[in-house]
Design a protein around this ligand. Structure first.
Ligand SMILES: [Zn+2]
Length: 247
């Protein structure tokens, strides 16, 4: 198998949709052991997915567009509208055996509620993005998204890990780091990406941390740290840092 610089793999794709010059994404080996991805990988995979769907630079994703493009791009993927209450207390569900997202009528309806009620729209969009994440991350099983999770679900560490990863990936997909300006107020991020206030706060915090990290790399080390490292160097430790920088 050819080595591929890839951030994990997206699910099997319908090949005829491939844009000229783009890197083919190989089908995942069946039965391959699932590996959890770190935040950075999730971010990159989400960005890759947006690209594949032709939604790279769209701020607020439209739920229906997301579903129809997924269906057009990924072989076997499907979605269906179901009556409210037919998923129990869940608003949506992903079934890996069918590669299908079931979504309740009221949740589908709320996807277009942004102008009327931002939080209702944001909640529906996040629910959808969460189920999409289960598909993209190739989680196994029939995974519900309910307002209140059952106690037995909370008890399972494996289930919690899947849910946490799906939430993280959903946030990356809805509000990619690359599209966030660290100087924007929380309200702007909320509105631009169609996410909740809490999600916007978290994404902004992450963006600002990333920004500080990038700026920090260019900044010389503080005098105290330089002094410490100089001493370590004199003692024979292999110190690579620039110890002559000015503050
Ligand atoms: Zn879930």
């Amino acid at each position: 198998m050819r080595a591929q610089k890839n951030y994990g793999r997206l699910p099997n794709q319908a090949t005829e949709k491939r844009a000229k010059g783009s890197v083919p994404i190989k089908p995942e080996m069946r039965g391959a052991k699932m590996r959890r991805r770190d935040d950075n990988e999730l971010e990159k995979l989400a960005w890759q997915l947006r690209g594949e769907l032709g939604l790279a630079n769209v701020y607020r994703l439209d739920g229906m567009t997301l579903l129809t493009r997924l269906k057009a791009t990924f072989k076997g993927f499907n979605y269906r509208r179901v009556h409210d209450g037919s998923l129990g207390s869940a608003e949506a569900q992903y079934d890996s055996a069918e590669r299908c997202i079931s979504i309740t009528e009221s949740t589908l309806g709320s996807l277009s509620d942004f102008e009327v009620d931002h939080s209702r729209g944001a909640r529906a969009l996040f629910t959808l993005a969460h189920e999409v994440s289960h598909f993209v991350l190739k989680h196994d099983g029939r995974l519900n998204r309910a307002f209140e999770r059952a106690a037995y679900e909370k008890a399972s560490a494996k289930y919690r890990a899947l849910e946490t990863d799906a939430d993280s990936f959903a946030a990356c997909l809805l509000a990619p780091m690359r599209l966030i300006d660290p100087l924007w107020p929380v309200e702007t991020i909320q509105r631009k990406f169609g996410i909740s206030r809490r999600a916007a706060e978290i994404r902004l915090g992450e963006k600002q941390r990333e920004q500080r990290f990038l700026e920090g790399k260019k900044r010389p080390l503080p005098a105290g740290v330089r002094e410490f490292l100089r001493e370590m160097k004199q003692k024979g430790y292999d110190i690579q840092a620039d110890l002559d920088g000015n503050e």
